[in-house]
Design a protein around this ligand. Structure first.
Ligand code: CO
Length: 169
């Protein structure tokens, strides 16, 4: 009898917890864009929020971000690692077309005083601030003209791996 009672309580607890779990899942789905390798906008909404994560292994979770011309774009960058910004810093920098990634990155490496954005940001469409493990930041900007752009992390030595395409359709 005691065992049965225990089992009943256990079942009730599981039911209770799984209800809570469902709610959490729904919340998560709203900001799910970016958990896939490609992040894209599914409709012609005026605004789009794109979630990008960076980790302690110097990786972005997203390789392609697709938005539509005229959209207001918010990039939310979350550093899912533990390392500090001065060791494993990440940002998202969307570069103007024609910007050479290696030369930009080498200038960025020397631009520590301006958060690794060189030349007053003349080659940059938009960028987040540089963050460390456990931090989240975001930037909102108007999508530039249709075309393909590069996005990188401008922390010294990161852009070789931490880069992707920002595509405006
Ligand atoms: Co980085």
């Amino acid at each position: 009898m005691k065992t049965l009672k225990f089992a009943l309580i256990l079942t009730l607890s599981i039911t209770f917890f799984s209800c809570g779990g469902d709610e959490k899942k729904t919340e998560k789905e709203k900001v799910k864009i970016g958990t896939k390798k490609e992040s894209s906008s599914t409709d012609n909404a005026k605004e789009i929020e794109v979630k990008v994560t960076g980790n302690d292994l110097m990786q972005f979770n997203v390789k392609v971000i697709r938005v539509k011309e005229g959209q207001k774009v918010t990039i939310v960058l979350q550093h899912t690692g533990k390392m500090a910004a001065n060791i494993m810093g990440h940002n998202v920098v969307v570069l103007k077309q024609g910007t050479d990634i290696p030369s930009f990155s080498s200038e960025a490496s020397a631009a520590r005083d301006t958060d690794y954005i060189p030349n007053g940001g003349k080659d940059v469409i938009a960028h987040t601030k540089m963050i460390g493990g456990g931090e989240t930041t975001s930037i909102t900007f108007d999508a530039p003209a249709k075309g393909e752009y590069d996005f990188i992390c401008s922390f010294p030595g990161h852009s070789g791996i931490m880069q992707g395409k920002f595509i405006v359709e």
